[in-house]
Design a protein around this ligand. Structure first.
Ligand SMILES: [Mn+2]
Length: 327
């Protein structure tokens, strides 16, 4: 893997134009990794564009450069850099522009990554893609600016659930320490991501919490947000950052499910699970992806049916014997 770091570092130094992309349903790791590499490439005097098909969530708009993220690519780029995406189809329409690039660089930490790049820097042991970017920039000999350090810190903080998920390693914390020394402010990043909720967002959380249903002998909890709930609360999908952790936080629940209606009859499902229960396979079955304990997918249909299908799939995963007997 060390050689891959070196090869990508050389490629960046020797190329002129870059298209930087990440997965749809942009999250902190996607945005933070993209913005850090974007900033470094621009500092090297090269041309770069950073593209995210989906809007940058409000929680990550404090990051420097987030206003420069485009919704679609323009012109040709030599190098297509794809970060935090297990496969090219995870980046949405931007994949067409990435495929047009002379070379594709794939930097990721999903165990399900399909090595779609000409260069594949995939480390499933990394807590966040931001961790890999940190090492790459080190190999490139780049000293991070405080803004770049903060983008990577936001990536790691959000993808490790504030250093709580089992993906957090000593190396994760060493990288985080390096980022703080380079100028990242943990309190500032945490406040921007987690403590900027709107009253409307909390009203939405209140009505979402009241939809929680615990099934499968107490091991599965679902929570839902419909279009009507957005209208009633005055909140938007941007206010739902972190909501997926609530159903999973119930005692004895092994899989928490958040179902958000993102269009008429179209839903985005987020799965969160305990360490002994991998949900990435389920997300994959439904055409999505993710990690062992945090995954997601989109699905069309009727809400009741969707919940039934998810409970069935998740139920097959959880051994009944270990389940709690009551809610
Ligand atoms: Mn990630």
């Amino acid at each position: 893997m060390d050689q891959t770091y070196k090869a990508i570092a050389d490629l960046i130094h020797n190329s002129d134009s870059f298209l930087i992309a990440s997965h749809i349903d942009a999250d902190g790791d996607a945005v933070g990794s993209q913005l850090a590499i974007y900033s470094v490439i621009k500092r090297l005097g090269k041309s770069a564009q950073v593209v995210s098909e989906d809007e940058i969530p409000q929680a990550f708009r404090f990051l420097a450069g987030s206003g420069e993220v485009r919704r679609s690519a323009t012109g040709d780029s030599q190098v297509g850099m794809v970060v935090d995406a297990a496969a090219l189809d995870r980046i949405g329409q931007v994949q067409d522009a990435v495929r047009e690039c002379d070379l594709i660089v794939n930097i990721d930490h999903h165990v399900s990554n399909v090595d779609f790049g000409d260069y594949n820097l995939v480390d499933p042991g990394a807590g966040a893609c931001g961790e890999i970017i940190y090492r790459l920039l080190d190999v490139m000999g780049m000293e991070l600016t405080p803004e770049e350090a903060e983008a990577l810190f936001a990536a790691i903080l959000s993808d490790t659930g504030c250093f709580r998920f089992p993906t957090t390693t000593g190396e994760t914390l060493r990288v985080a320490a390096g980022l703080i020394e380079a100028g990242a402010r943990p309190y500032h990043v945490a406040s921007e991501i987690f403590w900027k909720r709107s009253p409307a967002g909390l009203r939405l959380l209140g009505s979402a919490l009241s939809t929680i249903e615990v099934t499968n002998s107490g091991t599965v909890a679902t929570m839902e947000i419909t279009q009507g709930m957005y209208l009633d609360s005055g909140a938007t999908s941007r206010d739902t950052e972190g909501f997926a952790n609530y159903p999973r936080s119930i005692k004895d629940v092994k899989v928490g499910v958040l179902i958000r209606e993102i269009g008429d009859g179209l839903f985005r499902v987020s799965l969160r699970s305990s360490e002994d229960c991998s949900v990435d396979g389920i997300a994959k079955q439904f055409g999505g992806g993710g990690h062992a304990t945090a995954a997601g997918f989109r699905i069309e249909g009727e809400l009741g049916n969707i919940k039934a299908r998810i409970r069935e799939q998740v139920g097959a995963l959880i051994p009944e014997s270990g389940a709690a007997s009551s809610q």
